[in-house]
Ligand binder design. Structure first.
Ligand code: HEM
Length: 480
């Protein structure tokens, strides 16, 4: 106790200095270094930086629906970017956090391929990537089989909805349910009713986290006992408890049956991995792998429902390649048009519209000195909609562009690139191909009159009111 009292003044001095450095010294140092290199931006306000500018611009641009179903969505979703981009590179302040916005493809490529910086600590990531990457090398045939089974069930539900007289369907809801089911069965080797509970909790958690990201970004503000923070803490605990129950029950199984052994949990449990790491990986995969694919599918259905000629072309290709059978891993490489459609959908509506990176140390990008502590934000959505890179028809749905021109990863990067790219990329593409191939074989669809085109960003790019379509059953395939 006496030693603690003696050390108290020192501890207080340190805490005061850390706070002063966080609010004043570091931001000033970064600002000076960047200004010397002619990188400027809007004038920040004390503590809040440009947060209010950004939130009011976004609130205004998304306050109304779009007038027609057009894909020119950069002004709507990144209005602050559009306002400040004249500066080519610009810096703005998210509270006291400085964000450098880069658009030069060469620098972006260098950043993503050379550095594995993320928003988390590098060593933790290397460890986690080493654990999670082999999980995706698993049994592709088995994964594909499960995807087909789950899709069949969803298609049956759609058929039932039509048979019961439902005229229009909100397809996003079905795609969410389907991708949840696929992830859950692949991750745990079983269709477990707790999965739905976890996904529901994670959805609420995601909304809460988005809400707080607009609040003041004060250091340690996540620890303030606010109502929102308390709710987030409780939600996180509920998710962890449910996951813990499932992992424990999987581990207790005397001999893992085939499905469980080939599941990701079966794989992780078989290695010398701590419970905490397994839980962290489960959460990452849930977050990273469900919404992204569900949104890819939802936007692609919207695009095909409004572009009938492409819907017909894809259907004809699937019929020719699969010959009435369910799509198997051998069919996937032959579904070329479907692949082009998926790529075009990922270009126009990339689920991850911004990629954040953090300079944990001073780095050099081209001739640019990026000081330690500066975060770098890559506006994927704006790059995918750049007329300079994609041509005059940049905002049109034209999958043909992926037939003729090989796009370099710096121009097209829905899955990021470099050492920190998406580990689930081939899993996601396989899933999207199977689901879309089965959907177009079973139904034709058009967009409903009630559809309101209003993309919004809630971590990922979402249709604000969902995507309402009208489905018409076609001849069922022989295996369904
Ligand atoms: C259309 C679907 C998907 C898209 C567009 C997508 C996109 C991305 C992007 C852009 C990143 C990098 C994030 C960053 O660097 O800031 C990422 C990382 C990741 N994705 Fe995906 N993803 C998709 C599907 C999936 C699926 C299905 C899974 C797993 C089942 C998955 C698992 C992961 C994981 C674990 C990471 C973190 C990798 C790391 O930190 O090393 N993703 N994803």
């Amino acid at each position: 106790m006496a030693t603690l009292l003696l050390r108290l003044p020192l501890l207080i001095t340190r805490a005061v200095y850390a706070t002063f450095s966080f609010y004043m010294l570091t931001p000033r140092r970064i600002k000076k270094i960047m200004e010397r290199q002619e990188v400027r931006g809007p004038e920040p306000r004390f503590l809040v930086g440009n947060l209010r500018d950004v939130s009011s611009l976004v609130a205004e641009s998304t306050s109304k629906d779009m007038e027609s179903i057009c894909h020119d969505i950069v002004d709507r979703l990144l209005p602050h970017y559009v306002r400040w981009i004249d500066l080519v590179r610009f810096i703005y302040w998210n509270g006291v956090e400085h964000r450098l916005c880069l658009t030069e493809i060469d620098l972006i490529k260098e950043l993503l391929s050379k550095y594995s910086l993320w928003m988390t600590n590098g060593d933790d990531w290397i460890h986690q990537r080493g654990i999670v990457a082999p999980v995706f090398m698993g049994d592709k045939l088995k994964y594909a089989g499960r995807m087909v089974e789950c899709t069949n069930q969803t298609l049956q539900s759609l058929q039932k909805a039509i048979d019961s007289g439902q005229i229009e369907i909100e397809i996003g809801e079905y795609m969410n349910g389907l991708t949840s089911d696929i992830i859950f069965r692949t991750e745990f080797g079983t269709n477990y009713k707790k999965g739905k509970q976890i996904f529901d909790l994670l959805t609420v958690l995601q909304h809460r986290c988005t809400q707080t990201s607009w609040c003041l970004c004060l250091p340690g503000s996540q620890f303030f006992p606010t109502k929102c923070n308390r709710k987030i803490k409780i939600l996180k605990m509920e998710v962890e408890n449910l996951l813990m129950e499932i992992i424990e029950s999987r581990k207790r199984l005397p001999s893992m049956d085939g499905d469980v052994r080939t599941s990701w949990i079966g794989f992780l449990s078989g290695r010398d991995t701590s419970m905490q790491v397994i839980m962290d990986e489960c959460k990452t995969i849930f977050f990273a792998g469900r919404d992204t694919v569900a949104l890819l599918l939802t936007w692609t259905v919207m695009l095909l429902a409004t572009n009938w000629s492409w819907q017909d072309k894809v259907r004809a290709e699937v019929t020719g390649v699969c010959n009435g059978k369910n799509p198997s891993v051998h069919h996937h490489p032959k579904l070329r048009l479907l692949n082009m459609v998926i790529n075009e959908s990922l270009r126009l509506y990339p689920p991850a519209s911004l990629l954040p990176r953090m300079a944990f140390e001073d780095i050099k990008l081209g001739g640019l000195h990026v000081p330690k502590g500066l975060s770098i934000w890559i506006p994927v959505l704006a790059i995918h909609h750049s007329e300079d890179l994609w041509g005059k028809d940049v905002d049109d749905f034209n999958p043909e562009r992926f037939a003729s021109k090989p796009f370099s990863s710096g121009e097209f990067m829905p899955f990021a690139m470099g050492p920190r790219d998406c580990v689930g990329q081939s899993f996601a593409m396989m899933e999207a191909k199977i689901i879309l191939a089965m959907l177009v074989s079973r139904f034709s669809f058009t967009i409903s009159d009630s559809y309101r085109h209003a993309p919004v960003t809630v971590l990922t790019i979402k249709p604000k009111y969902g995507v309402q379509i009208r489905l018409k059953p076609l001849n069922p395939c022989e295996n369904c």
